[in-house]
Structures are given as C-alpha cells and as structure tokens.
Design a protein around this ligand. Structure first.
Ligand SMILES: Nc1ncnc2c1ncn2[C@@H]1O[C@H](COP(=O)(O)OP(=O)(O)O)[C@@H](O)[C@H]1O
Ligand SMILES: [Mg+2]
Length: 178
C-alpha cells in the first residue's frame, strides 16, 4: 500500500503537465442546466471511473452529482456526505465522497478510499482539490466556479486520456445548448 501511495503521489506531481488534454468549458444558466450536464456525464460513466469535482461551497457540485446518479439510472435524491465523507449507492455502484472536512489525501486513504478505486465503483469526489493525491491520474476533472450572475456557473471539464472521446461527444451534443 505504501508503494502504491508513492506512485500516486508521483503521478499527481505530473498531472498538470497535461497540456495536450482538451479543456471544455460551458456556462450553466441554472441548477437544471448543471443537473443535465451531470446526467450527460453519468450516462457515459462506468465502473472504474473517477470524477473529481473542484469548486467552492455552493457552486453546484452536489447538484452535478445528482445528475450523474440520474444518468446512471438512480432517481432518488443524493446529498453531500459532509459528515460521513463516503456515501455508497450500491444500486448504481456509485461511491460519492465529500472531502470538505478532510485535511489532506492521507485522511481519505485512511478512510479506505482505495477499496473503491479498484475498478468496481464509479467514484465522484466533491472537494477533490483537497485530496487529489489520493486519486488516480486517469480521471475526469470538473471545475465549477461562480460567475457574476447568481444563477450561472462556469463549468470546465479536463478529461484525461480515457475521457477524451466521451467528453468530445458531450461537447458536440451540448455545444449549442449553453
Ligand atoms: N447554475 C447553477 N448550477 C448549480 N447550482 C446552482 C446554479 N444556480 C444556482 N444554483 C444553486 O446553488 C446551490 C448549489 O448547491 P450545492 O450543489 O449543494 O453546492 P456544493 O455541493 O458545490 O456546495 C443550490 O442551491 C443551487 O440551487
Ligand atoms: Mg456538496
């Protein structure tokens, strides 16, 4: 486990060295827009995927996760697991993490996240920027930010290799809607 941790630390050091990866940015005009984008992502997600959500409190990370769950076929509400940190939705093999209360990557590893990164689960991590070293390099990074308009959010997708084709497809689908 120690060596694996070292490898993932090394990987994360080089993770921003991905200048060839395409960035795709959209402006969401409403919570429904953000939900819909999440549905788009959920409907192309599969076990083994890791989706990292970066953004301040209230930007819409949990709204987006609700969309992902919906896209995977789950219709119940999904809440931020702020106090329990890791919430599992076994019906859709979704592991939903909220790292808000964690100090660092080590804290997430101590909670046993590696068990859910082994390929059987889809992991979605809110506040991923706090624990990025505990997460694999192959991932979809999503950055959500406020804009000057209350009901709008800027959502940027940074796909790793495994996500390029899927994001390109979604970009074409939603390109004209936002
Ligand atoms: N365009 C938008 N996309 C997502 N949420 C929005 C948007 N505009 C307003 N909101 C509101 O922002 C809040 C986002 O809450 P939440 O998803 O819990 O944020 P986070 O998980 O990032 O802390 C919700 O109350 C939602 O209605
Ligand atoms: Mg949240």
């Amino acid at each position: 486990m120690k060596s694996r941790r070292r490898v993932s630390l090394l990987q994360s050091l080089s993770k921003w060295d991905c200048s060839d990866l395409k960035e795709f940015t959209v402006v969401s005009k409403s919570p429904e827009n953000t939900l819909k984008l999440g549905i788009n992502i959920g409907s192309v997600s599969k076990p083994g995927d890791v989706i990292c959500l970066e953004g301040k409190l209230g930007t819409g990370k949990t709204v987006f996760v609700n969309g992902i769950a919906r896209g995977l076929g789950f219709n119940g509400p999904v809440r931020s697991p702020t106090f329990i940190i890791i919430n599992l939705i076994p019906e859709i093999r979704l592991c939903h993490v909220d790292a808000y209360r964690l100090d660092d990557s080590e804290a997430l590893i101590s909670l046993g996240i590696e068990e859910f990164l082994d390929g059987d689960w889809i992991c979605v991590v809110e506040w991923a920027e706090k624990v990025s070293e505990a997460l694999p390099e192959e991932r979809l990074w999503v950055r959500i930010g406020f804009t000057e308009v209350d009901s709008q959010r800027k959502i940027a997708f940074f796909p790793s290799e495994l996500w390029l084709e899927r994001i390109e497809k979604i970009r074409k689908q939603v390109g004209n809607e936002y």
